[in-house]
Design a protein around this ligand. Structure first.
Ligand code: GAR
Length: 451
């Protein structure tokens, strides 16, 4: 990608679009290229601004579509046809559905005329925001540029600027001040920053192929148990994450606990009567220059083999999927190998036939790439009979910021089903690691209680 191709989506006057055009013409916006302006209202003045600047335009008139789905399908078709990398909502007066925004994870940005989280969400748009600020007698307001996710005005904040409210203000004078002192400055700055980040990400090796892990998880109510292994964008740290989700009382009555360099599972009171053969095990063990992480007691099988000169693959050849008919839950395993530089492996053992008699064993031996990780999980999604994961591990983006990665993952897991998450970043030079446990039902691990 030389320069990310930007589409600006508008509904009205387009002064924010103008701020982007002006920034482009004086090189304050130079890392991206405004390739397209899409108006959701025919005759929007923003279209005139685009034409004057010789930018291609399209009208996708919301009023001409009988449903939001049909409107968004057309929007998507236009965006894909123009090979758009980044979408900027600049005075775009429609809420986009979760189905739409997940097509462009971390690639849609919005400018909103308030200090989010104040005066935002459904019903707060355009002049209505300023009317509400005045009605509440606020002395300060402002504008926010943020990423767009499935929560209206709820995505990650990129830039924010406050602006004073005066006694003499009308909604129109206030709107103008917020635009002049905040929106028109913040929006070009944020778009330039995002485009520069996209270019840097690609240069560091993380290409458009890496999916946004958080968005993937938010859209999947029941991936089951999952392993993520990868390398941070700066190439300095090996990333590892393991989460468990559960539907039964036994499965939910668990907490991860720390045991030296290993991670164990503690059974809480609610699960005392459950069959623990598949739910109590050691998810993670460190063994010399390897870290093994799995969703069952194959952690021990792998570690025993490694200790005796065997390999990850030979160990797993002795194991099969779980005997929990009718699901036949796959056994998933991962290994970080620090013995000769750094590499990692992922494996899945799954039922190779419908009756669960034969095992299909797949191992993925990965040469790490800065900024990229691989995600494998037990189930494609929820179901009465849980469908096993299928295909290759999903290429996902890893962040440099440990806390943002760990918190982002925990926040993205379905709150009804998530049980525990462990995240570890290991420094490739010093072998030191930072880690964090999240438990939905108990904090034993952080209190250091025994497993
Ligand atoms: C701007 O104030 C923008 O922040 C706001 O509408 C106005 C559009 O002006 N957007 C929203 O309220 C979105 N929730 P413009 O068409 O002149 O850029």
């Amino acid at each position: 990608m030389l320069k990310p191709r930007i589409a600006v989506l508008v509904s009205g006057g387009g002064t924010n679009l103008q701020s982007l055009i002006d920034a482009q013409s004086c090189s304050r916006l130079s890392s991206g290229e405004i390739a397209l302006v899409i108006a959701s209202k025919s005759g929007a003045f923003a279209l005139e601004r685009a034409k004057t600047a010789q930018i291609e335009t399209e009208t996708v008139d919301r009023a001409a579509f009988s449903s939001q789905t049909a409107f968004e399908e057309r929007l998507l078709a236009v965006l894909v046809a123009h090979q758009i990398d980044l979408i900027v909502l600049a005075g775009f007066m429609h809420i986009l559905s979760a189905a739409f925004v997940t097509r462009y994870p971390e690639r849609i940005v919005n400018v909103h005329p308030s200090l989010i989280p104040a005066y935002c969400g459904k019903g707060f748009y355009g002049i209505k925001v300023h009317e509400a600020v005045l009605a509440a007698g606020e002395s300060e307001t402002g504008a926010t540029v943020h990423m767009v996710n499935e929560v209206p005005d709820g995505g990650r904040i990129i830039l924010q600027q406050s602006v004073p409210v005066f006694q003499s203000d009308t909604s129109k004078t206030l709107q103008r001040r917020v635009m002049e002192q905040a929106e028109w400055i913040l929006l070009p700055r944020a778009v330039e920053q995002l485009c520069a980040d996209l270019i840097a990400q690609e240069k560091s090796g993380a290409s458009m192929r890496q999916q946004n892990l958080f968005e993937l998880l938010k859209n999947n109510p029941y991936p089951g148990r999952g392993i993520v292994l990868g390398l941070t964008p700066d190439g300095k740290k090996a990333a590892l994450a393991y989460f468990i989700m559960g539907r039964s009382a036994g499965s939910r009555s668990r907490a991860f606990v720390k045991n030296g360099d290993d991670i164990g599972i503690h059974m809480l009171d609610g699960g005392k009567t459950a069959d623990t053969s598949l739910i109590l095990y050691t998810p993670l063990r460190k063994l010399r220059s390897a870290v093994v992480v799995t969703n069952g007691d194959q952690t021990d099988t792998i570690c025993a083999a490694l200790a005796n000169g065997g390999t990850f693959e030979t160990a797993l050849r002795t194991r099969t999927f779980e005997p929990d008919a009718p699901h036949f839950t796959p056994r998933i395993s991962g290994m970080l190998d620090f013995s000769d530089g750094f590499s990692y492996k992922l494996s899945i053992l799954k039922a190779g036939d419908e009756v669960g008699k034969t095992t299909l064993r797949q191992t993925f031996d990965v040469e790490p790439l800065a900024g990229a990780g691989h995600f494998i999980h037990t189930y494609q999604t929820d179901g009465a009979v849980l469908p096993s994961f299928s295909g290759e591990p999903v290429a996902v983006a890893i962040l440099n910021d440990f806390a943002a990665f760990a918190q982002g993952l925990w926040g993205a897991l379905n709150p009804e089903n998530k049980v525990s998450l462990y995240v570890r970043y290991t420094d490739l030079t010093t072998s030191q690691y930072e880690d964090r446990i999240f438990n939905q039902y108990a904090q034993y691990a952080t209190k250091g209680e025994p497993a």
